[in-house]
Design a protein around this ligand. Structure first.
Ligand code: PMP
Length: 404
C-alpha cells in the first residue's frame, strides 16, 4: 500500500483545489505548522541575547536548525549557514557585500539567460554600481547548457558567475558542478540559486563546489520568511556586513563597531527563530520520506501530464521533451489563447496554476514568448490531478471559440 502523503498536509485535505503552483510555494505539512506554533507557545523569547532560560531555549532551537541545515546541504561548518528571509535576500547579500567590494570596471559577471529576476537584478545593480559588465549564457531551446560555450564565455575578466541549479520555467537541471569547475579555473566565484532545486533533490554544496548557494524555506515545505545563504567561510570572512545594527556586533563605540564572528555578522536584527523551527521540521519531514521516493512520485505525475499535453494539438511545452528534465515543472503555451485566459479556464475548473512571465522575462523573450502558463507538481500530487489538468487544457481552444 502506497502511503497517502496528502494526509500530512491540512490544506490539501480540504480538497479546495488541484494545487499545481508548487514552484511558487509548496504546501506545509502539519509537523511544520506545529513546530512554528510550538516555538511561540512554549519557547518564545528573543534569541541570542538573553541569559534567562527562555532565551537560551530560543537560541538552542535557532542554532539546532542551523546545524540541521548545514547537514542537509552538506556545508563544512555551521558558520557557513546564514539565515535570511529568502533566496532573493541571500543573493542580494552576496551582490552588495561581495559584489560591491570585489567587482570593478572592466570585470565581467556571467549570468545565464534563464535566471529568475532574483538572480539577475542584483547583478544588474552590482554592474551599474561598479562599472562591471554583464554577459549572458544562452541555453538551447530545450534548456540545455553547452559547456563549450561556458568555456568560451568565462574569461580572465570574469569575476563572478550566477546560475540557477534548476530553472523555475523549464525545470531542467543545469550542470552546476561543471560550470563551477570552469569558473574556478579562471578564478571566478560561483553563486548558485537553489530555490527550485532544494525541494526536489539532495544538495551537496561541497560536491557542487558552489561558493554561494541560496534557497528559500517556503519552497521546501517550510515557513515563509526564512531562507538560507550558504557561503564558503574563506569568502564570508573577508566580506563586510550587508545590513548593520543589533545582533551582528561584538562591540560598538561612538566611532565604529567590531563585528560579530560568522555567521552572526550577516544576521542583523531580531532573527526569525520560529521560522527556523519550522524549517528544521521541514527538513526532518523531507528526510523522513527521502528524495528518492519524492522524485519517483513526482516523476510519475509529471510523465503522465507531459505525455497527455503532447497529445493535444496547439499546446507547446517549453523546454525538454523528457519528463525527467522538468523536475515537476511544465510551462506551456496554447496557440492563439492568452496564457491569462488559459489560467482562468483552469482556475474555473478548480486547478491552481500561474500565468505570466514567472519572473524570468529575459528567458521568455529569448524563447520567443511573452508569457506562458505553468503547472508545477510536487510529490503529493496525483495522477488524477495530472489527468484533470490535461483534460481541462484539451478543452480550452474550443471553450475560447477556436477549433480544437
Ligand atoms: N529563484 C528561483 C529559481 C525561483 O523560482 C524563485 C521563486 N519564484 C526565486 C529565486 C525567489 O525566491 P524567493 O521569492 O523565495 O526569494
Amino acid at each position: 500500500m502506497e502511503r497517502d502523503y496528502r494526509k500530512d498536509f491540512p490544506l490539501l485535505m480540504q480538497d479546495r483545489t488541484v494545487y499545481l503552483d508548487n514552484a511558487a510555494t509548496a504546501q506545509r505539512p502539519q509537523c511544520v505548522i506545529d513546530a512554528e506554533m510550538d516555538f511561540y507557545k512554549n519557547h518564545n523569547a528573543n534569541p541570542l541575547r538573553g541569559t534567562y532560560p527562555l532565551s537560551v531555549e530560543a537560541t538552542d532551537i535557532y542554532e539546532q536548525a542551523r546545524a540541521r541545515v548545514a547537514q542537509f546541504i552538506h556545508a563544512a561548518s555551521t558558520e557557513e549557514v546564514i539565515f535570511t528571509r529568502n533566496t532573493t535576500e541571500g543573493i542580494n547579500l552576496v551582490a552588495y557585500s561581495y559584489g560591491l567590494t570585489n567587482l570593478k570596471a572592466g570585470d565581467e559577471i556571467l549570468v545565464s539567460i534563464m535566471e529568475h529576476h532574483s538572480n539577475l537584478l542584483p547583478w544588474q545593480m552590482a554592474a551599474r554600481m561598479t562599472g562591471a559588465s554583464l554577459k549572458f549564457l544562452e541555453c538551447g531551446k530545450d534548456g540545455s547548457v553547452d559547456l563549450d560555450l561556458v568555456e568560451k564565455l568565462i574569461t580572465d575578466r570574469t569575476k563572478l558567475v550566477a546560475v540557477t541549479q534548476i530553472s523555475n520555467v523549464l525545470g531542467r537541471e543545469n550542470p552546476v558542478r561543471e560550470i563551477a569547475a570552469i569558473a574556478h579555473k579562471k578564478g571566478a566565484v560561483v553563486v548558485v540559486d537553489g530555490a527550485q532545486s532544494t525541494p526536489h533533490k539532495k544538495i551537496d554544496v561541497q560536491a557542487l563546489d558552489a561558493d554561494f548557494f541560496a534557497f528559500s524555506g517556503h519552497k521546501l515545505f517550510g515557513p515563509m520568511g526564512i531562507g538560507v545563504l550558504y557561503g564558503k567561510k574563506a569568502l564570508l570572512d573577508q566580506m563586510p556586513p550587508f545590513l548593520s545594527g543589533g545582533e551582528m556586533i561584538d562591540s560598538v563605540t561612538r566611532e565604529g563597531a567590531k563585528f560579530a564572528e560568522l555567521p552572526h555578522k550577516f544576521e542583523a536584527g531580531t532573527v526569525n527563530a520560529a521560522g527556523t523551527a519550522g524549517l528544521l521540521a521541514a527538513i526532518d519531514y523531507i528526510e523522513g520520506i527521502g528524495f528518492d521516493e519524492m522524485e519517483r512520485r513526482e516523476l510519475a505525475v509529471t510523465e503522465r501530464a507531459l505525455s497527455g499535453l503532447k497529445e493535444i494539438p496547439h499546446v507547446h511545452v517549453l523546454g525538454s521533451e523528457r519528463a525527467e528534465e522538468h523536475t515537476g515543472i511544465l510551462t506551456f503555451v496554447v496557440d492563439q489563447v492568452h496564457p491569462h485566459d488559459v489560467s482562468e479556464v483552469l482556475i474555473a475548473d478548480g486547478i491552481s496554476v500561474r500565468a505570466g512571465h514567472h519572473c524570468a522575462q529575459p528567458l521568455l523573450q529569448y524563447l520567443g514568448v511573452n508569457s506562458a502558463t505553468r503547472a508545477s507538481f510536487m510529490f503529493y500530487n496525483t495522477k488524477e490531478e495530472a489527468d484533470r489538468l490535461v483534460k481541462s487544457i484539451a478543452s480550452i481552444r474550443e471553450r475560447m471559440g477556436y477549433g480544437r
